[in-house]
Design a protein around this ligand. Structure first.
Ligand SMILES: Nc1ncnc2c1ncn2[C@@H]1O[C@H](COP(=O)(O)OP(=O)(O)OP(=O)(O)O)[C@@H](O)[C@H]1O
Ligand SMILES: [Mg+2]
Length: 551
């Protein structure tokens, strides 16, 4: 039996560098993701006092990308560190945490290309290194990957900076617009950075804001996520780019995610964006890290701090959202009621035009009635009818002592005593003597003398389509009536079908109302009179309003 114990020192975790590099690189599947890795390095690793400027050149024809920065560059030691996969971020170690975290960004080029060339200058020394995919793929052990050194610390009088060249790109084409958009989106938090893509200077434009809210968490939440400040901004128009919707979560200035925290797609959520910086995320040392190296721009929802941040944001977004929904409903309702009021006015105008005609006929009939025989309509033309034509409650000014048509000494049909005709009146100042009355009721736009008003009202589905209130001489159309509900469908009251139905309803009700008014004044002799009168009125007004029904 072989009793020999295995060599305890021979068992440890190692890594296959080549496979590690290629697997990490495969997380960067698009040109924009790859470019952003090198651009963000160029923006972050700068000498103190430098304003970072990064230039990106996309050459679709040559299948080449070049990224040049004016950063601090790398000396030989810096390059050695650069080529360590998952190398510790030195800046972070020195207490300057920034965007760099995982030490894998350098591998990005191999997600889309075969060649990565680095030229870097630091303190008057230039080095140039090339790494080929072939060199990586041929390694089938845990051995380190050899690099092709073209220049090693050659003296130069050029300023610090780094140039990354990515060649033999196997994407079909380079998506310049997509790259620009992605960089601009990320530049939101790099306030003093300048990035050019070919000739385009990338600029981040925040959507125009109509209101800003600043919210601090309450004690129990504060304990979990710190005394942070949540800024919620509300736009006047829906935010077109849905990636901009939601709260951007930062930690110590580094952007990690933008989220609507469960409210995406909900009403008015597209008007909300904002920001929160939670340093606790950066400081989190729990076994379930808030971050991973996928560059997914999503925090880990299994991390406790992340969960509390999401809950806090989600709660506050929902409060704002509900408020906006309420405001929007009110706005729509008042817009809707304004529209309905205009529609009611249109209908009332037609009705009152007809009523005017009708009045003239009554007046003519009375005038004719002076003779022995009356061939006019069977209307008695009693004084009771005058209040339908004149009135006595509204301030009015006498503009002519005699009435209009038919005012020259008309008598009541069949009567002998000359009738006193009312003078013509017009609307006067409110403090004028009350000599007239607006027949259309309170605050309603009505014809100058006498007439009807039309109004829309929600009266309940069980109520009739319309009714007429003699007190205020108003025809009410019931918005809740099933016929109108159905006519409205999913559309608003703008729907032409809905409008036409309301005309028809108002006209029928007017015909009945007019008959009712006349009936109450004992103007009808035969029981069939009102039936004939209603039919006549409907026919007359439908004729007048025919054009309103055209399609
Ligand atoms: N353009 C540059 N100028 C100067 N130093 C750089 C530049 N790019 C990278 N470095 C140095 O090389 C290191 C490795 O870069 P790399 O992008 O691989 O990792 P990282 O930035 O630390 O982390 P991450 O993978 O999260 O980006 C950086 O930490 C930095 O010290
Ligand atoms: Mg990096």
């Amino acid at each position: 039996m072989d009793n020999q114990m295995p060599d305890k020192d021979s068992l440890y975790v190692k890594s296959h560098v080549a496979r590690d590099l290629l697997q990490n690189a495969s997380l960067f599947k698009t040109d924009k993701l790859v470019i952003w890795e090198y651009v963000s390095n160029g923006l972050q690793y700068i000498d103190e006092g430098t304003s970072p400027v990064v230039k990106v050149i996309l050459n679709s024809k040559k299948k080449q990308i070049v990224i040049m920065d004016n950063g601090r560059g790398m000396d030989w030691k810096g390059l050695q560190n650069f080529f360590i996969m998952h190398g510790e971020n030195l800046d972070r170690k020195q207490g300057k945490p920034g965007r760099g975290r995982f030490g894998t960004g350098k591998s990005a080029a191999f997600g889309i290309a075969d060649i990565l060339r680095i030229t870097t200058i630091r303190n008057g020394k230039r080095s140039k290194i090339v790494l080929h995919r072939n060199d990586i793929e041929t390694i089938n052990s845990e051995d380190p990957i050899p690099l092709t050194i073209i220049e090693a610390e050659t003296t130069t009088n050029k300023a610090n900076g780094t140039m990354i060249e990515i060649e033999n790109i196997y994407l079909k084409s380079l998506d310049q617009a997509g790259v620009i958009h992605y960089i601009e989106r990320h530049l939101a938090q790099w306030r003093h950075a300048t990035v050019y893509v070919n000739n385009h200077e990338c600029e981040f434009a925040e959507p125009p804001v109509v209101e800003t809210k600043i919210i601090h968490p309450e004690d129990s939440v504060k304990e979990k996520i710190g005394d942070v400040e949540l800024i919620i901004k509300i736009t006047g128009a829906p935010i077109a780019d849905d990636e901009l919707r939601g709260v951007s979560i930062y930690s110590k200035g580094v952007w990690h995610e933008t989220t609507l925290a469960g409210h995406q797609g909900r009403e008015m959520a597209q008007y909300i964006f904002g920001a929160i910086d939670v340093p606790k995320l950066e400081e989190d040392k729990s076994p379930i890290s808030p971050f991973d190296l996928s560059r997914s721009m999503q925090l880990n929802p299994n991390n406790e701090t992340v969960r509390f941040v999401y809950a806090f944001i989600g709660n506050e977004i929902d409060k704002v959202r509900r408020q906006l929904v309420k405001q929007e409903k009110q706005r729509r309702a008042s817009e809707e009621s304004e529209k309905l009021a205009r529609q009611a006015e249109t209908i009332a105008r037609v009705i009152n035009e007809d009523f005017d005609d009708f009045r003239q006929r009554v007046i003519r009939a009375r005038a004719k009635g002076r003779g022995g025989f009356d061939y006019g309509p069977e209307i008695k033309g009693g004084e009771d009818l005058d209040d339908l034509i004149f009135g006595s409650e509204e301030p009015a000014e006498i503009i002519e002592l005699n009435g209009e048509l038919g005012s020259n000494g008309g008598t009541r049909t069949g009567g002998t005593i000359p009738r006193e005709l009312e003078p013509q009146v017009t609307e006067a100042d409110t403090d004028a003597e009350k000599k007239g009355r607006k027949a259309g009721g309170i605050d309603k736009p009505v014809a100058a003398r006498g007439g009807f008003s039309v109004d829309f009202k929600s009266m309940g589905a069980g109520e009739s389509r319309a009714n007429y209130d003699r007190e205020v001489r108003t025809i009410y159309i019931n918005l809740d009536h099933p016929q109108l509900e159905a006519a409205k469908g999913f559309n608003s009251t703008d729907d032409p079908y809905f409008q036409k139905i309301t005309y028809e309803i108002a006209f029928s009700e007017y015909a009945i109302a007019l008959a009712a008014e006349l009936n109450s004044r004992d103007e009808y002799i035969d029981p069939s009179d009102p039936i004939i009168a209603i039919r006549e009125t409907i026919n007359r007004i439908a004729r007048k309003a025919a054009s309103m029904f055209s399609v």
